[in-house]
Design a protein around this ligand. Structure first.
Ligand code: SF4
Ligand code: FES
Length: 239
């Protein structure tokens, strides 16, 4: 049985929405844009980045719009001063700890919210070395914002491969393979879906990366082709 719609107000507009609708979706339906980072329309929302927070009249704390459903009679403010301050701080914290140089959407957001990239000058940046352990893609976790999209598409949201997950705690948290094995030694099938959903360039096709490193296309073809042959040969030897 279909549940009856609820009525709520978003930024002064009274709207009706199905109770299973999130605030993010309800806002989109009436043309109100709420910024998102970790959210991806084809992934399960996990509310990790908190950039989508909004003020809801019956909640004391700010509410992540990507997972909170609409409720009868509430008043939602998506761009109040409090909301803007929270988003600005999140963006400043990201700036202080991660290389965002290849995350144009986040950089545009930071500009919109007047985020000061130098707000936390003493913050320790995360700068692990690039992991180049397979012929298909590299992992540059200095650019990783831990949005978890790659883990989700590798698991139940798409591929059911489970090659990667979180490792470490607190500041040491990083996306990794189990026991930090090289990617070819894991269950990874190199489908490329993780690279496709990464919003920051932390995961990048190997050929694109080699091109950036100054290699010419012919060398790149040779490098990636010979590596793949090498992998095939190794696989045949172990059968
Ligand atoms: S590697 Fe990319 S997709 Fe994966 S958690 Fe980091 S930023 Fe997100
Ligand atoms: S987009 Fe909602 S918490 Fe990241």
């Amino acid at each position: 049985m279909e549940s009856s719609p609820v009525t709520l107000t978003i930024d002064g507009q009274t709207i009706q929405a199905n109770p299973n609708t999130t605030i993010l979706e309800a806002a989109q339906q009436v043309g109100i844009e709420i910024p998102t980072i970790c959210y991806h329309e084809h992934c399960t929302a996990n509310a990790l980045c908190r950039i989508c927070v909004v003020e809801v009249s019956n909640a004391r704390a700010l509410v992540p719009a990507c997972i909170a459903n609409v409720q009868e009679g509430v008043v939602v403010q998506t761009h109040s001063a409090r909301v803007q301050r929270a988003r600005r701080t999140i963006l400043e914290m990201l700036h202080s700890s991660v290389d965002l140089s290849e995350a144009p959407e986040i950089l545009a957001m930071a500009k919109n919210y007047n985020a000061d990239p130098q707000r936390f000058p003493d913050a320790q940046r995360r700068e692990p070395p690039v992991i180049d352990d397979n012929p298909m893609y590299i992992r540059d976790y200095a650019k990783c914002i831990l949005c978890w999209r790659c883990v989700q598409v590798c698991a139940e949201d798409a591929q059911y491969t489970y090659a990667i997950n979180f490792s470490g705690r607190g500041y040491e948290t990083q996306i990794s393979t189990f026991f930090h094995h090289a990617m070819p030694e894991t269950t990874c099938v190199f489908c490329g879906q993780c690279v496709g959903v990464c919003p920051t360039g932390a995961l990048k096709p190997k050929r694109e990366w080699l091109l950036e490193q100054g290699h010419n296309p012919e060398t790149i073809m040779q490098l990636t082709r010979s590596e793949r042959r090498g992998k095939k040969r190794r696989a045949n030897l172990t059968v």
